[in-house]
Design a protein around this ligand. Structure first.
Ligand code: NAP
Length: 233
C-alpha cells in the first residue's frame, strides 16, 4: 500500500508511520515545525504546512499513488495552560486556532488527495479526531474550542463520505479516536497516567492500524475508537 501520514512528527503520527513501514508498506510522512528524529529510513519525509492550501497542493502533487491517508495533525488550545473549563475562559483566538489546526487540514488534504484515491482499488481516508468531539457522547462539558473543532472535523468527514460514496466509491472515510495516549499534546492533562488508562504511542498505533486495516468502502462515514468500538457522532 502507498500510505501518507500527515503529521508524522507527532507522537501518534510517528508511531503510525513506523507501524505501516514495519508492515512493509511504502510510507510518506509530513511534518511542519518538528523534524522527526529517529524515524526508520524507509519513511520518506515531506515538509508541509497542513493549514496552507498551496502547501498541501504542492506536496500532494509530488505523490503519484495513494491507498491510505491518515491525518494525525492536532492541537489542544490552552489559555492559562489549560483548555477552557468554563465559558468565562473562552477566547476567540483559541477557537480560530483550533479550527485552523484540527478541522481545516482534513478538508485541504481531501481536496488534493481525491484524484489519487480514486485510482486506488480500495482506499481509506481517515483523520485522528477525539471522542470529546462526539456531540452525543458529551457528558462532561468544558474544552469548548477543542470539542467544537473536533465536532466540525467529524462533520467534515461525514459530509465527505457522502460525496465520495458516489465519486470515490472505493474509499472508506473514517474518523478515529486514538485513546488517551502519552504524547506532548496529552502530557499536561494525564499526569502520571494513573487516573486514565494511558496508551503508549505504539500501542495506540497498533490498535488504530488494526481498525483501519479492517475498514471497507461500505464502512464509510463512521467514527471508530482505537478498540474497534463505534462512537456516536
Ligand atoms: N494524545 C491523546 O491522548 C489524544 C487523544 C485524543 C485525540 N488525539 C488527537 O490525536 C492527534 C495526534 O495528537 P498527538 O497526541 O500525537 O499530539 P502531538 O504529539 O502533539 O502531535 C501533534 C501533531 O500536530 C502537528 N501540529 C500541531 N500544531 C500544528 C500547526 N499549527 N500547524 C501544523 N501542524 C501542527 C504537529 O506537527 P509539527 O510539530 O511538525 O508542527 C504534530 O505532527 C491529534 O489530532 C489529537 O487531537 C490525541
Amino acid at each position: 500500500m502507498d500510505v501518507l501520514i500527515v503529521g508524522a512528527s507527532g507522537g501518534i503520527g510517528q508511531a503510525l508511520a513506523e507501524n505501516y513501514a514495519d508492515a512493509g508498506h511504502q510510507v510518506r510522512g509530513t511534518y511542519y515545525k518538528t523534524t522527526p528524529q529517529g524515524l526508520s529510513e524507509q519513511i520518506e519525509l515531506l515538509p508541509m504546512d497542513p493549514t496552507s492550501e498551496t502547501n498541501v497542493q504542492t506536496t500532494l502533487s509530488k505523490i503519484h499513488s495513494l491507498d491510505l491517508v491518515i491525518n494525525c495533525v492536532g492541537f489542544l488550545s490552552s489559555e492559562d495552560g489549560l483548555p477552557e473549563k468554563t465559558i468565562r475562559k473562552f477566547e476567540p483566538h483559541g477557537l480560530e486556532e483550533s479550527i485552523s489546526i484540527n478541522t481545516l487540514p482534513t478538508l485541504l488534504i481531501a481536496k488534493y488527495a481525491q484524484k489519487l484515491l480514486r485510482k486506488s482499488q480500495q482506499s481509506v481516508f481517515a483523520s485522528i479526531s477525539a471522542k470529546v468531539g462526539s456531540i452525543g457522547d458529551n457528558q462532561l462539558g468544558g474544552w469548548y474550542s477543542y470539542r467544537i473543532s473536533k465536532a466540525a472535523l467529524n462533520m467534515a468527514l461525514k459530509t465527505l463520505s457522502i460525496e465520495w460514496s458516489k465519486s470515490v466509491p472505493n474509499c472508506c472515510v473514517a474518523a478515529l479516536h486514538p485513546g488517551t495516549v502519552s504524547t506532548k499534546l496529552s502530557a499536561p492533562f494525564v499526569g502520571d497516567g494513573k487516573k486514565h488508562s494511558l496508551l503508549s504511542t505504539s500501542q495506540s498505533a497498533a490498535c488504530i492500524s488494526k481498525v483501519v486495516n479492517n475498514l471497507r468502502p461500505f464502512d464509510t462515514g463512521r467514527f471508530w475508537s482505537w478498540d474497534g468500538e463505534e462512537i456516536c457522532w
